[in-house]
Ligand binder design. Structure first.
Ligand code: ADP
Ligand code: MG
Length: 471
């Protein structure tokens, strides 16, 4: 949509973009604006068409006020009210992205009389990854609302496919499995498949080898709900991509629900445009880093979930929420440590001093991570290899900088809390290039494990001794 041929809209977008302060805000705009279907000035109102009520509510909250300001700044009117309306998706589409060609066969029953609920291929769902156990906050409530809508209206919402993306340990798998749990509990006739993209690829390769590709495809068509975790795994696997998306498109054609998670946005998956546009016809939602309040609520909820909940002083919970910010998995790890200590020392009263001591290394590494920027990673890597920062960032590919550059990309992606976009900026490259470079390094490490000691030396320079970035 940003390349739309509507000069008025282009002006508004440019004016809105100029108001944004953070990369996250720009990313969010780039994600959401292509989902707007139409725009019209009507008197003193500016109407934007969207597909769904949920989108109307959310986009109103997120954008209405700021777009009003943007219209004013662009000198297109004062006191203009921005209104989001639900419209048919075939009205005046001004997105540059190609619109759907696949029609849904809504007349087909979703569940054509299944006997088997869980068919082969599926991995077990984690018992506690339910909606009830998922804590909602501003960082994830849009994703949560969409996921519950998908679960409730299985195959009948327009959020198909649903694409959930965000950093590691932020709850993507939890939310995806929650959809699976809900459907299995409330619609017991439905068949659900939860699978990782990696397992899906392995099955595909096996099917190819045993000439049973048609059976492979037919098997997936049988599911009413297909949950595919970690689709970033397919980046760079060109031959597989096509089959992967043919299978998904076929499911959509049969009105089956597909949900995917990824730790990068769809446009960073290096897919063909037609596939990206197919994704954007569904729903793309991001989970962001939780705020302090959400972190605290998550900690409290994890304590409540215990069979015999421990009583922990608020000051301690506050300390964990305040100091562990990188992702939810780290918060859980910290809490488990505290609880293990209480179990081992039932007679000791837990106080903040003990907790500080218990979590010293976790908090220290969190603090260091906060201070590690893509720039500092580039500098430390350049120093380690005796090359210049300019060479690492430069466009050339002389042999001496190829390895340092790839290593720096790998460390920056693994260790900093910066977005891929800002890592890309630091390397003077696109975020896709940086992500791809990091993936390449990850692969090389399995065949050239000696590189790990090089990386550890650079990590030491960055004051990060025991980072587990090789997983
Ligand atoms: P991801 O798939 O994004 O890497 P996971 O879904 O595996 O992350 O989540 C990591 C851990 O954090 C899980 O144990 C999950 O239950 C927990 N978690 C993440 N977000 C939330 C949340 N909003 N509420 C409760 N638990 C959460
Ligand atoms: Mg996951």
């Amino acid at each position: 949509m940003l390349e739309s041929n509507s000069p008025v809209w282009d002006k508004i977008v440019a004016s809105y973009r100029a108001m944004l302060k953070t990369v996250e805000e720009v990313n969010r705009m780039e994600l959401h604006f292509p989902q707007f279907l139409s725009h019209t000035f009507s008197g003193n109102e500016f109407h934007i068409g969207v597909k769904e009520n949920l989108q109307k509510d959310w986009f109103t909250q997120l954008y209405a006020q700021d777009l009003e300001k943007a219209i004013e700044n662009a000198e297109l009117g004062t006191n203009v009210k921005v209104v989001f309306d639900v419209v048919q998706s075939d009205v005046q589409v001004f997105s540059s992205v190609a619109r759907p060609t696949i029609e849904k066969d809504v007349s087909k029953p979703i569940l054509p009389g299944k006997k088997m609920r869980i068919l082969p291929s599926t991995l077990p769902l984690q018992e506690n990854y339910t909606f009830e156990n998922f804590v909602c906050g501003p960082s994830n409530s849009y994703a949560y609302a969409t996921a519950t809508a998908v679960a409730k209206g299985l195959g009948r919402t327009t959020y198909n496919p649903l694409f959930i993306w965000g950093g590691t340990g932020l709850g993507k798998t939890h939310l995806m499995e929650a959809i699976g749990h809900y459907v299995m509990a409330k619609k017991p006739d439905s068949s659900v498949c939860y699978i990782t993209a990696e397992k899906f690829l392995n099955e595909f390769v096996n099917a190819l080898a045993s000439s049973s590709l048609s059976a492979f495809r037919a098997r997936y068509r049988k599911y009413d709900l297909l949950l595919i975790d970690d689709v970033q795994f397919i980046v760079g696997k060109k031959n597989f991509q096509e089959e992967f998306f043919n299978t998904i498109c076929e499911m959509l054609l049969y009105n089956k629900q597909v949900v995917m998670t990824s730790d990068v946005a769809p446009k960073e998956l290096k897919l063909e445009d037609r596939l990206i546009s197919r994704f954007q016809q569904g729903m793309v939602v991001e989970i962001e880093l939780p705020s302090y309040e959400t972190r605290l609520a998550i900690i409290k909820s994890k304590i409540k979930m215990q069979s015999n909940p421990h009583v922990i002083d608020d000051s301690i919970l506050d300390y964990i929420a305040e100091n562990i910010r990188s992702h939810v998995r780290a918060i859980e790890g910290a809490l488990s440590r505290v609880i293990a200590f209480m179990d081992i020392n039932p007679d000791m009263t837990l106080n903040l001093e003990i907790v500080k001591h218990l979590l010293k290394d976790v908090v220290e590494s969190e603090t260091t991570i906060k201070n590690i920027t893509p720039e500092s990673v580039i500098a430390a890597t350049a120093e380690h290899y005796g090359v210049s920062i300019k060479d690492i960032k430069g466009p050339g590919r002389p042999q001496a900088v190829v390895l340092p550059r790839q290593i720096a990309m790998f460390i920056a992606c693994k260790l900093t809390t910066s977005s891929l976009k800002s890592i890309g900026d630091a390397f003077e490259r696109t975020h896709t290039t940086v992500y791809y470079g990091s993936q390449q390094m990850q692969k090389r490490l399995t065949v050239e494990p000696e590189l790990k000691s090089e990386i550890s030396a650079i990590l030491a320079k960055l004051g990060q001794k025991d980072a587990d970035i090789f997983e």
